[in-house]
Design a protein around this ligand. Structure first.
Ligand SMILES: [Fe+2]
Ligand SMILES: [Fe+2]
Length: 297
């Protein structure tokens, strides 16, 4: 049985994954992470959630080392899922990607220009901007990219804009990662000010994190491949094989909500018994809060 939602459904649902760091031919990341398995498992959880998904976003570090075969593997894994979900696929590169093999294999174009895109998803505009700086691991945008983004944001979209960028424009605790972060948060904040951007979706940090850029919320999806151990002292950078996750981003008319979804399927149990659920179905909708919420003494 399923209770009717008492709140309006989101206008748009985004499954936001990041940092698959795919390695082809069965290779293991750091000698221990099966990146293909991790991505397949993450997508299995997207499908198992039975959420309506309007867009699948993967925000960079798609491949671990720019290997063309890894991008081919990404297509092999992702395309059937996108087909089944009937959703848009939105991809952007990260510092571990290499633009030319990524563009050739994923997008069918032979270029090393940044892959910056605009996708209309039922009135929600999703913009990707490639923050990878060729030859480096930190992030940034060229003058041309800032100008392009400014032009694209000049006119608002029906449901506003979600900006996808690999390098998260927030301050992360790790001194090591601060050497590799986005280089000009102030300039980007100025570009977004007064525009219809409602959320920034990022990765790169390999942790689930949230912050703000001016008035815009920033949602950072934890790594699909591995995670930075936040429990370790901040001066260390310790990888951990868990708890990998993705973010369910629900866009409402008046708010954007992010929910973390662990990739590993842990053991579950029904928090409400079938008898309670069946009883609730018999309660008129207008009485349900009173009946269900009231504490029993
Ligand atoms: Fe990464
Ligand atoms: Fe990265």
């Amino acid at each position: 049985m399923a209770l009717t939602a008492s709140r309006p459904a989101p206008t748009h649902v985004i499954a936001h994954l990041s940092d698959p760091h795919l390695i082809a031919r069965g290779g293991l990341l750091a000698g221990r992470i099966d990146t293909e398995h991790q991505l397949r498992q993450a997508l299995a959880r997207v499908e198992a959630s039975q959420e309506r998904v309007d867009a699948l976003v993967i925000s960079g570090d798609l491949a671990d080392s720019g290997d063309p075969e890894a991008y081919g593997l990404l297509r092999t894994i992702v395309d059937p899922v996108v087909e089944r979900l009937g959703c848009a696929l939105v991809l952007t590169g990260g510092n571990h990607d290499e633009r030319r093999p990524m563009a050739r294999t994923l997008f069918g174009v032979d270029t090393d220009a940044p892959h910056d895109t605009v996708t209309d998803v039922h009135g929600l505009r999703i913009i990707t901007i490639d923050t990878a700086v060729p030859g480096y691991h930190h992030g940034g945008l060229s003058d041309d990219q800032y100008a392009w983004l400014t032009r694209k944001l000049a006119d608002p979209a029906e449901h506003g804009t979600v900006l996808v960028m690999h390098h998260a424009p927030i301050t992360y605790r790790s001194p090591v990662m601060q050497l590799l972060d986005f280089d000009d948060v102030h300039r980007l904040r100025a570009v977004l000010e007064g525009t219809d951007v409602r959320a920034v979706l990022s990765g790169h940090l390999h942790v689930t994190s949230f912050g703000t850029l001016g008035r815009v919320p920033v949602f950072v999806a934890g790594g699909v491949s591995y995670v930075d151990d936040v429990g370790a002292p901040r001066e260390l950078l310790m990888g951990v094989d868990g708890p990998q996750s993705w973010n369910l981003v629900e866009v409402h008319t008046d708010q954007v909500v992010g929910t973390v979804v662990p990739i590993e399927q842990h053991q579950t149990w029904p928090a409400l018994t079938e008898a309670v659920m069946a009883f609730m179905e018999t309660v008129p909708e207008e009485d349900r809060r009173e009946v269900f919420s009231r504490k029993r003494t």
